[in-house]
Write a protein that binds this ligand. Structure first.
Ligand code: 13P
Ligand code: SF4
Length: 303
């Protein structure tokens, strides 16, 4: 690890009154320099409540946008301009409005992995850690769930009284995992526990010993007395898992499970971001205000 670059980042951070936040999928060295590391829900809480004037968001665009939606008075920087989320790009506000007109009695719940525009036409946001809680807290039977069809289908399985109208979105990283690959690991390691992110396909979710967000998977391992885990989510979580659990063994499907967009942010980009105050997130105020309501509804209902 480049210590001098680390030191420079820390110095700049203080000069600029900045906080560096990083998602669990970020590169190890980026997580190491961050003030807060977490899942989407935790990081959105930090963005809402932190006192620093500048937020350097090491993640993908929808995450930095969510920080700006919640804290418009702050400068929010995304160190790698082209770090996007292909799943978030699978839903456009215009198409959501069309679907909404077909189901006038439905509430629109949108996964935080969505654009500010899509959040603006939704009733409430959710993350993978609170989707069931959010949907069950709504009195409405009909729910349009955007954009992840796998998370939406998982919510439907857990809440059979609801009628969930699914969108055809998915995460390319999680969708790739097959049940055969999970079964292969179970065959090799008889005592392995399978921990799965709900963005995976049903056949993989059905093989899980535990299903949860990145943060929930980490908490599960920290508390578990088991020693071997198949981690069916992006491999960035291994940094935290290995640091906190030196006596446990971790395996990933295919030996690697990587989101290329999450890995676009290098330590140099974090430095450049603070040094040049780039790349600043700016949103149309009308869209931001509407998206703010959806995100704040999540924070109220998800408490
Ligand atoms: P979490 O909400 O678990 O942090 O997941 C975000 C994400 O992008 C999963 O692919
Ligand atoms: Fe998007 Fe999937 Fe990457 Fe998460 S892992 S940021 S859902 S592409």
């Amino acid at each position: 690890m480049d210590l001098s670059l680390n030191e420079k980042i820390k110095k700049l951070k203080e000069e600029k009154n900045a906080i560096i936040v990083a998602h669990y999928y970020q590169r190890d060295e980026v997580q190491a320099v961050a003030d807060a590391v977490g899942d989407s829900y935790y990081l959105s809480k930090i963005a809402k409540d932190c006192s620093e004037q500048v937020i350097v968001f090491c993640g993908v665009k929808f995450m930095a946008e969510s920080a700006k939606i919640l804290s418009p008075e702050k400068t929010v920087l995304l160190p790698s301009l082209d770090a996007g989320c292909p799943m978030a790009d699978m839903a456009e506000a215009e198409d959501v409005l069309k679907l909404k007109s077909k189901y006038p009695n439905a509430k629109v719940v949108c996964y935080i992995n969505s654009s500010a525009e899509v959040k603006a036409v939704s009733d409430v946001c959710c993350t993978s850690s609170n989707a069931i809680k959010i949907v069950s807290s709504l009195p409405d039977k009909d729910i349009i769930f955007i954009p992840d069809k796998n998370l939406g289908a998982y919510v439907q399985e857990q809440l059979p009284d609801k009628n969930i109208i699914l969108w055809n979105g998915f995460c390319i990283t999680h969708k790739k995992v097959s049940a055969a690959e999970v079964l292969k690991s179970k065959e090799v390691h008889k005592d392995i526990k399978v921990l799965v992110h709900p963005e995976c396909e049903k056949e993989v979710r059905d093989l899980a010993d535990f299903l949860g967000s990145t943060g929930e998977i980490i908490t599960y391992v920290n508390k578990s007395s088991d020693k071997k885990f198949l981690i069916v989510t992006e491999e960035g979580v291994l940094y935290e898992l290995k640091n906190k659990n030196t006596d446990k063994q971790f395996f990933t499907p295919y030996g690697s499970m990587c989101c290329v967009n999450m890995k676009k942010t290098r330590l140099e980009d974090v430095y450049d971001s603070l040094h040049n105050m780039q790349y600043e997130i700016n949103l149309d105020e009308e869209i931001r205000t509407k998206a703010y309501n959806s995100l704040m509804n999540m924070h109220k209902l998800g408490r």
